[in-house]
Structure formats: structure tokens, C-alpha cells
Design a protein around this ligand. Sequence first.
Ligand SMILES: Nc1ncnc2c1ncn2[C@@H]1O[C@H](COP(=O)(O)OP(=O)(O)OP(=O)(O)O)[C@@H](O)[C@H]1O
Ligand SMILES: [Mg+2]
Length: 258
Amino acid sequence: MPVAGVDVGSLTAEVVLLDKGEIMHYVIIPTGANSKTAAEKAMDKALEEMGLTRASLKYVVATGYGRVSIDFADKRITEITCHGQGAYYLNPGVRTVIDIGGQDSKVIRLNDKGKVLDFAMNDKCAAGTGRFLEVMAQALEVELDGLAELSDQAQNTVSISSMCTVFAESEVVSLIARGLPREDIARGLHQSIADRTAGMVHRIGLEEAVMITGGVAKNTAVVRALNEKLKTDLIVPEEPQIAGALGAALLAAEEIKS
Ligand SMILES: Nc1ncnc2c1ncn2[C@@H]1O[C@H](COP(=O)(O)OP(=O)(O)OP(=O)(O)O)[C@@H](O)[C@H]1O
Ligand SMILES: [Mg+2]
């Protein structure tokens, strides 16, 4: 009988269906204004696509900032534990996980069994998160998924000195007005995310292999900047956004075993 993991983040909600230790199916939908509705929609979509019903599920674990409002879940588990589990399943060689989502970023250290040893989290400030990149993509008048490509064309790096998203946005606007190349600004923005993330990694210590998860892992310029900064070769899973929901599903499977 399958189990499920649900991760409701600030921007996206994911569901992973797991059967006999294998991923059966997953869905990713936008969270929108209501996390409870998002969780229900994502779950129903995943089940429907597999021809299943809620009664087909043996156990459901919820995670993500919206987990408290998911009343169909049997258990709620923190994002740190779930992301750690998910990443370890995707690659058991992983000892450090970097998750950069829409509104927070975290770094998790795992032991050789995939248990969490330590973590650092930034959930106080948008700088260093996907939200920061979204605001900047708008300021640069480029689609979010075109930001990396823009910065690939840079000849130079324009450093962004503001530490805060709001101030950095006005800084970017005035840099554009001064005629600085948009691609050089884009490179500076990716550098700034990499600097902040590397700071968190160094606080808890880097142990290889390092995996990056969360939506921002889809931005190749962030991945490249981090590789250079951390002098490592980040593992990017095929679908980096589902790591939390996958971990939740794996923990759901553990629950029915015990
Ligand atoms: N194709 C893409 N290219 C570049 N960036 C992307 C892409 N898809 C998503 N992102 C980035 O991923 C972010 C969302 O990540 P994710 O879905 O992991 O967030 P979340 O889990 O909802 O948020 P949180 O965990 O902070 O609550 C967006 O802000 C965006 O910057
Ligand atoms: Mg998330």
C-alpha cells in the first residue's frame, strides 16, 4: 500500500507517492494564497493521475512551512529532517545538503546513515533566497528561468553591495539607469546568493558530497557560482524541488514499518 509525503512551501507544494521504497509519482503545483487548499489540490492531483484515492494511502507525512494546516496528514515532521532524508535517498554519499527555496535557505549536515548532525537556516530575510532572484529578474526585465542565461553572457561582475532585497532592488534599478550591462548585474546577483549561502555552509562545515535542492537549484548560474565559491561539484538531482516531499514520504514508510 502506498504512502505519501507532502511539502507545502511558500511558493510551491509537492506531493511524492512512494510504494515499496520506490517513487511512484510526484506533482509540483504553485502554493498560491492558501497552503491548506494547495496541499489538498496537490494530493488529489497526484492520486488522480495514478488512479488512486485518499483511502489508498497507508500513511501521510506533511512538511514545509504550511504543514500545520494539512489536516489529512497523519504526522508532521520538520523540513530539516525531511530534506535530509530525501537528499540521502537520492544519493547516499551526500553529507551536506543546501536547500534554497522561495523564502528560506538552509544547510544540513548528515552522517553516513543520513541522520541530521547539524543545520543552519536563514528564514528571516529574503536575501539569499528564490524570492530575491524573482525580485531581481523583474528589475532586470527577464523571466526567472532566463536569469542564469543572462548572467552567462557577462564580461564582468557588478558587485551588489546592499544586504537587503529591498535595497538591492533599488541598487539594481540605479545600476541599470547608469547604463551598466544587465548581464554583469545578473552575474553580481548570483554571486551575492552564492556568498550568502557559502557563509552558512562554512558556519556548519562542508563535508562532501554536497547536494543542492529546492527550486533555486534549477538556476545553473547559482550552481556554478557556488561550485566556484565552495570548490566543490554540487550534485543537482533530476528534480531538486521534490526532496522535502520525498523525505516526508520515506518517513511515512518508516512509520508503518515500526
Ligand atoms: N526553472 C527555474 N529556474 C530558476 N529558478 C527557479 C526555477 N524554478 C523555480 N525556481 C526558483 O525556485 C524558487 C522556489 O523554490 P521552492 O519551490 O523550493 O520553494 P518553496 O519550497 O515553496 O519555498 P520555501 O521552502 O522557502 O518555503 C523560486 O523563488 C525561484 O527562484
Ligand atoms: Mg521548500
